[in-house]
Design a protein around this ligand. Structure first.
Ligand code: AMP
Ligand code: FE
Ligand code: FE
Ligand code: ZN
Length: 279
């Protein structure tokens, strides 16, 4: 059984429509795929319907933008109540904070000599209810200022980069609590990717388990090297955490993230399902 628990459609910063993503998942030989767009549930109904058509089991998820010590941490949630007022209220605030940051970012880009207009960015947004940095990156590519999204992040948009502007976020701890209050399962996405091991060292993960009941961590992810995966696997085992694996597919928006390039162990997936059923 092949299980991919973290993907993005054009309802956030991926490039496939949700139904298209699920069709590709079937072609890639996946049995289970979770759609986990950033901070929105908007694509889930379409994905589930497409799953029934293509014989793929679609898991309802979301990747919530949280933060710790001023740095962003992505929290995956599965099987949550999508009507929960506290959770949906926070997601609305996160989405409007992301879109509200557009004007100051564009002002910085203009100062840096790589101007793009709001219209140029909005043309890249697809069906996403918020405007993220990847959409700004796509506008920079389209305008010929950079070759691809990666260059746009490396030169301008990455955390701490010259065109970076921070936005509204909730703390990781509050994010986990909100997911649990909405009866969902909380799994930290790529916890040690992009230098985050300093932000989420073993003792912090242990505290999140003890004090907030963190359910799992993503281990097999393209942003983790083999040594990080090995250490994270051992740590997750000793903390009793569910370990997941995923592609973090973004369509053509991210290279080396093909559907099914990393997968979740069926036994771990069963544990995740048991937890969602219990809540
Ligand atoms: P935002 O939520 O608008 O702040 O944008 C964050 C999104 O940008 C993440 O979910 C990633 O998909 C993407 N991203 C963040 N950092 C990078 C990076 N260094 N290179 C490429 N994509 C990135
Ligand atoms: Fe993304
Ligand atoms: Fe992420
Ligand atoms: Zn993601």
């Amino acid at each position: 059984m092949r299980i991919d628990l973290h993907t993005h459609s054009r309802v956030s910063d991926g490039t496939d429509a949700p139904a298209e993503l699920v069709r590709r998942a079937a072609t890639a030989g996946l049995d289970v795929v979770a759609l986990t767009d950033h901070d929105t549930f908007d694509g889930l109904d379409e994905a589930v319907a497409a799953g029934e058509q293509h014989g793929v089991r679609v898991i309802r998820g979301v990747e919530m933008s949280t933060s710790r010590e001023g740095h962003s941490v992505h929290l995956l949630a599965y099987g949550m109540d999508e009507e929960d007022p506290a959770l949906t209220g926070e997601l609305i605030k996160i989405r409007s904070g992301r879109s509200g940051r557009l004007a100051p970012v564009l002002a910085k880009l203009a100062e840096l000599g790589v101007p793009v207009t709001e219209q140029q960015v909005l043309a890249q947004v697809g069906d996403s209810p918020s405007v993220g940095r990847p959409h700004i990156a796509d506008a920079l590519v389209k305008a010929g200022h950079v070759a691809n999204r990666t260059e746009a992040f490396d030169r301008f948009l990455a955390d701490g980069g010259p065109a970076h502007v921070s936005r509204y976020t909730v703390s990781l701890e509050r994010g986990i609590d909100l997911v649990h209050q909405a009866r969902g399962v909380a799994v930290i996405a790529h916890p040690w990717g992009r230098g985050r091991k300093r932000l989420l060292p073993p003792e912090v993960l242990e505290r999140l388990v003890d004090e907030h009941g963190l359910d799992g961590v993503e281990v097999d992810h393209q942003d983790h090297n083999p040594a990080e995966r090995k250490e994270l696997r051992r740590l997750a085992g000793s903390l009793g955490l569910i370990m997941t694996g995923s592609s973090d597919y973004h369509g053509v928006g991210k290279v080396d993230h093909d559907l099914g390039c990393n997968t979740t162990d069926p036994e771990m997936f069963s544990r995740l399902q048991e937890l969602t059923a219990m809540r």
